[in-house]
Design a binder for this molecule. Structure first.
Ligand SMILES: C[S@@+](CC[C@H](N)C(=O)[O-])C[C@H]1O[C@@H](n2cnc3c(N)ncnc32)[C@H](O)[C@@H]1O
Length: 249
């Protein structure tokens, strides 16, 4: 719930800063610039029912629509979804969306062939085992689950695109969430959760998934875009994103 208010407040700035780079119908897995067209982590989406979790302004779901899939996007932030509606109107296409949290997927069992999240909700949800189990519930047998998150090794470093962000200052195994609290009201304003690579593998296996891919995109030569704590400087030394691909047994 804290993240809902935070994303509602941040949505306009997020879309004006990153919208053009994302592309209205673009599918970007992370700040390194890896696109679904290059890695095909979802497989062929044509004719498939596809759920995007944490869809923001629906850019990835619009890509799915353009490739013959039937996407539905959910996002906890109504303001992000208003941007999705704005882009729909500009292009005269409609990506169906729902304002809902990943903490409880509002869909029946075996509804989707593919579930994905591009830096969407996976690292913002406290009960990740419940979310992964819920993804397994809404997927059909043999369905695909793919998601990108901040690479777990980044947890060791300050979230700083410069030299400070190159110095390990925290244990990789420290799962204490990152929490921002309002100085005045004392209310929680933003939370991010950390799990190790092993935690994610265990979570997926425990929910009945077979891991098919773990992409750790290298920072491309000549790519000089700074995105929050991601930069060419850090990208030369450490992976910034992890893209998991899994299939439901
Ligand atoms: C970094 S943005 C990524 C959005 C989109 N994939 C993109 O590349 O622009 C993260 C999105 O996840 C959404 N989000 C955060 N926590 C969520 C939750 N618990 N359930 C659903 N969406 C959530 C945010 O509102 C935000 O739109």
């Amino acid at each position: 719930m804290a993240n809902r208010a935070d994303w509602d407040a941040y949505a306009d700035e997020y879309q004006s800063t990153h919208g053009e780079y994302l592309g209205d119908s673009g599918f970007l897995w992370g700040p390194e610039g890896v696109r679904e067209d290059d890695v095909l982590a979802l497989g062929d989406v044509a004719g498939k029912d596809v759920l995007e979790i944490g869809c923001g302004a629906g850019q990835c779901s619009r890509w799915v629509l353009g490739h013959g899939g039937r996407p539905v996007g959910i996002d906890v932030s109504n303001r992000q979804l208003q941007h999705s509606r704005r882009i729909d109107e500009e292009h005269s296409v409609v990506v169906p969306t729902l304002c809902a949290s990943a903490a409880q997927l509002p869909f029946g069992d075996h509804t989707f062939d593919v579930v994905f999240s591009a830096f969407g909700a996976l690292q913002f949800v406290a009960d990740a085992p419940a979310l992964v189990a819920d993804v397994a519930r809404v997927l059909r047998p043999g369905g695909v689950f793919a998601f990108s998150i901040t690479h777990p090794t980044r947890w060791m470093f300050l979230d700083d695109p410069g030299e400070e962000g190159l110095v390990a200052s925290q244990s990789y195994w420290d799962r204490t969430p990152y929490v921002e609290v309002d100085d005045v009201t004392g209310e929680t304003r933003y939370v991010e959760h950390h799990r190790t690579l092993g935690d994610w593998v265990g979570l997926l296996a425990g929910a009945g998934f077979v891991l098919t891919d773990l992409l750790e995109p290298e920072w491309p030569e000549g790519h000089d875009r700074v995105w929050g704590g991601w930069s060419a400087l850090r990208g030369r030394f450490t992976p910034g994103s992890a893209v998991f691909g899994a299939t439901l047994r």
